[in-house]
Design a protein around this ligand. Structure first.
Ligand code: SF4
Ligand code: SF4
Length: 273
């Protein structure tokens, strides 16, 4: 049996990714299992989902604690979550990262394959939803599933209007994936556990490391209508001199303010990794 664990952030589509993957491998004649893990997460918060693959019926129903493979949909997630916890010796990590495997902050007795899924998703889909791109990378790095099967499985998980761009993202990621590299000599990034003595409500939490894209306000265009202030789910926006100002400590990069600004005064720009 092959066990796979996906790590992502709410809104990146980790749960949909495991469903597409399990369906695609099932189409190729194997037994599969997709396990979503829902909690109290919100958009941007770390989430996990699990997939099992076998030649015979799978009776195991537990979460995956000792995966053979780990898939990471967010380049900075390993700064707050130990994504390789329990990964079997000689295992494989497929990670969304713009740099080389040695720059990912992942280190251990496993291999790391990288792909800049955020760039592909932004270029092709127009949003940093990296699930289908990372599945293209998974197909390339593991050889466990065919790209054609993933493209077929997408049809049952996404609305028809989203299928062409998501299949295109898969194909582009498949072509752009770097070959797995031995990570035993790399330096592991420190995991910063954040604690708060305040109530766990939006404005008391620093969520800056959830962000892969950041809103930038063009103050010349801002007319001070407060629409972004009303819609921001993290209360990260205030009005200073009748212009929107963003507190980046509390901004998770969801892009809602940019979508809601009627004069297009807020542009989303990619964060440096
Ligand atoms: S919605 Fe746009 S115009 Fe209105 S306050 Fe925000 S940035 Fe300014
Ligand atoms: S400032 Fe904009 S991008 Fe940041 S959390 Fe608020 S709505 Fe989302």
């Amino acid at each position: 049996m092959i066990e796979i664990r996906f790590h992502g952030r709410g809104g990146q589509g980790a749960v949909t990714a495991v469903k597409i993957l399990a369906s695609a491998i099932y189409l190729e004649g194997k037994f599969t299992q997709a396990i979503p893990m829902y909690g109290t997460e919100r958009r941007g918060a770390p989430v996990a989902a699990f997939c099992r693959v076998d030649d015979t019926r799978i009776r195991e129903r537990d979460l995956v604690h000792e995966p053979d493979m780990v898939v990471v949909l967010d380049p900075l997630l390993n700064r707050s979550v130990d994504v390789t916890d329990g990964l079997k010796k000689g295992g494989l990590v497929i990670v969304n990262h713009p740099g080389a495997a040695k720059d990912t902050g992942l280190a251990g007795d496993f291999k790391v394959a990288t792909v800049d899924a955020t760039k592909i998703a932004l270029d092709v889909i127009g949003r940093p939803i990296t699930n289908t791109a990372i599945l293209g990378a998974f197909a390339k790095a593991t050889g466990l599933v065919k790209l054609e099967s993933l493209a077929e499985a997408v049809k049952s998980e996404l609305p028809a209007r989203l299928i062409p761009t998501n299949v295109d993202a898969m194909k582009k990621a498949y072509e752009a994936t770097n070959a797995p590299v031995d990570a035993s000599g790399f330096k592991k990034a420190e995991i910063v556990k954040k604690t708060s003595t305040q109530p766990m409500i939006s404005y008391s939490r620093n969520v800056s490391d959830w962000r892969v894209i950041r809103p930038v306000v063009d103050k010349a265009k801002c007319v001070g209508c407060k629409r972004c202030w009303v819609y921001c789910p993290e209360t990260a926006i205030s009005l200073v001199d009748n212009k929107a100002e963003i507190n980046y400590d509390y901004c998770k990069g969801c892009g809602i303010c940019s979508e809601e600004c009627l004069v297009h005064a807020i542009k989303m720009e990619r964060e440096e990794v």
